[in-house]
Design a binder for this molecule. Structure first.
Ligand code: GDP
Ligand code: MG
Length: 297
């Protein structure tokens, strides 16, 4: 339905008990400075998702990000509450150089794990607010020929702490052909360098048609290429959210130009639960095991 993004189906995916509590979900953006990370976050907050809802976080003019910034919003769909948190990070080149960059982000991710660990060992274990970062959109420049040394390094530093989802930014600067070539190149770079990015879960053999189609669509478009904008433009009487060029307009929600809708749907609706499970069962467990072994040494 219009204006709905579909997280109300989350209860079908998990125990009904969690419905009353609502869902916590945190996403982060990382990558070089100037690739449109902050714009993308604002795009998300500006998009349909927030029409008629709170928009106090949307800025028209985006300043350079100099420190880690967290924005939160609570939205409700069909009685299901979602507390969405978005973490914006300064890119390398901004306030941070390459070597210290990953450390700043790693410290942040660990501090959230640590918070959870303390809460888990406390008295009120039943209603822990989960502030761990469940996924990280890693921004890759459109003008390169695949992953650069620094992208590989940073992704490798991140991969054991967070679900990394690679994203090609500013897809409007490339032709369709160039986008497809770059996507193929990135897929092969990820394999060659053995980078652990987020893997879609295996489908059950009895999974229905809709889920199969969604899964196939995501796999075909992977890694996503996006166009972001904080501008609302008026085109033929319709308000769209896009970028204006001498030759025309790019609508960020037009699937011909941008995988924006696909990524939003994947994060907020179809794969949120899995991203949370991987965070808890694998990444957090790993952190916890390391922590415990450091106590005993
Ligand atoms: P950040 O440093 O990664 O946070 O990048 P910003 O969000 O501050 O954006 C840097 C510049 O890129 C700004 O001038 C944006 O308007 C521009 N920009 C952001 N997204 C896009 C996009 O999808 N396409 C194009 N062409 N420019 C973009
Ligand atoms: Mg920024």
């Amino acid at each position: 339905k219009e204006g709905e993004i579909g997280f109300a189906t989350l209860p079908d995916q998990v125990h009904r008990k969690s419905v009353k509590k609502g869902f916590d979900f945190t996403m982060m953006v990382c990558g070089e400075s100037g690739l449109g990370k902050s714009t993308m976050i604002n795009s998300l907050f500006l998009s349909e998702l927030y029409h008629g809802r709170r928009q106090q976080y949307v800025q028209e003019k985006i300043n350079q990000t100099v420190q880690i910034e967290t924005k939160g919003i609570e939205i409700e769909e069909k009685g299901v509450k979602l507390r969405l948190t978005v973490v914006d990070t300064p890119g390398f080149g901004d306030a941070l150089n390459c070597e210290t960059h990953w450390k700043t982000i790693d410290d942040f991710l660990c501090s959230k794990f640590m918070e959870y660990y303390s809460a888990e060992s406390g008295l009120n274990r039943k209603c822990i607010q989960d502030n761990r970062v469940h996924c990280c959109l890693y921004f890759i420049p459109p003008y390169g020929h695949g992953l650069r040394e620094m992208d590989i390094n940073l992704m490798k530093h991140l991969q054991d702490r967070v679900n990394v989802i690679p994203i090609i930014s500013k897809a409007d600067t490339l032709t369709r052909n160039e986008v497809n070539k770059l996507k193929a190149r990135i897929r092969s770079d990820i394999q060659t360098h053995d980078i652990k990015v987020y893997q879609l879960p295996e489908l059950d053999s009895d999974e229905d048609e809709t889920v199969r189609t969604e899964d196939a669509e995501i796999k075909a478009a992977w890694p996503f290429a996006v166009v972001a904008s904080t501008q609302i433009l008026e085109v033929r009487g319709q308000k769209i959210h896009g970028r204006l060029y001498p030759w025309g307009v790019v609508d960020v929600e037009d699937p011909e130009h941008s995988d924006f809708l696909k990524i939003r749907k994947m994060l907020i609706a179809t794969h949120m639960q899995d991203l949370k499970e991987v965070t808890h069962d694998i990444l957090y467990e790993q952190f916890r095991a390391q922590l415990l072994s450091s106590f005993s040494n």
